[in-house]
Design a protein around this ligand. Structure first.
Ligand code: DQA
Length: 143
């Protein structure tokens, strides 16, 4: 089965962007680690990234046809986007939300997530390892 790992704005800069918050691993490192773990778990991983809200929405629409589950880090759109929430509500499989940083320990505007109204589970503050932890859970719920 296929799992989409969808990443929102500024996550293309992972590893270079505020490493004291987000660490030094790049999105390519995340893709490689998740592909390897996915192979062990019997899942095919497609990791995607867009800096555009509409781009993320179209990835979620594609997932309707192609993916059994979605892992999503919507970046700052987490806190603003009803449209991404609506797109996720049109997807029937499991959805896990990932934040590299612990958003609850940060500015209050990061404490609310529209995506959490849909997500079946949330990882926050586990660094980039959160993607792999979410993937392990995905394998359990898709089994
Ligand atoms: C983030 C947290 C968001 O508040 C922020 O806007 C991001 C990254 C995280 O992974 O910790 O871009 O989603």
């Amino acid at each position: 089965q296929k799992v989409f790992i969808i990443n929102g704005p500024n996550l293309n800069l992972l590893g270079k962007r505020q490493p004291e918050i987000y660490g030094y691993d790049t999105l390519d490192d995340v893709a490689a680690n998740c592909a390897a773990l996915g192979a062990d778990l019997g899942l095919t991983i497609e990791l995607k990234q867009s800096n555009f809200e509409g781009g993320i929405i179209e990835m979620i629409h594609e997932a309707r046809e192609q993916a059994a589950g979605i892992i999503i880090n919507p970046g700052a759109y987490t806190h603003t986007s009803v449209a991404i929430l609506d797109a996720l509500n049109a997807f029937e499989g499991p959805v896990f939300e990932v934040h590299i940083s612990n958003v609850h320990k940060r500015e209050s505007f990061r404490h609310h997530s529209y995506v959490s109204l849909r997500a079946d589970g949330v990882m926050a503050g586990f660094g980039v390892q959160g993607y792999e932890l979410a993937l392990r859970r995905m394998a359990v719920v898709l089994a």
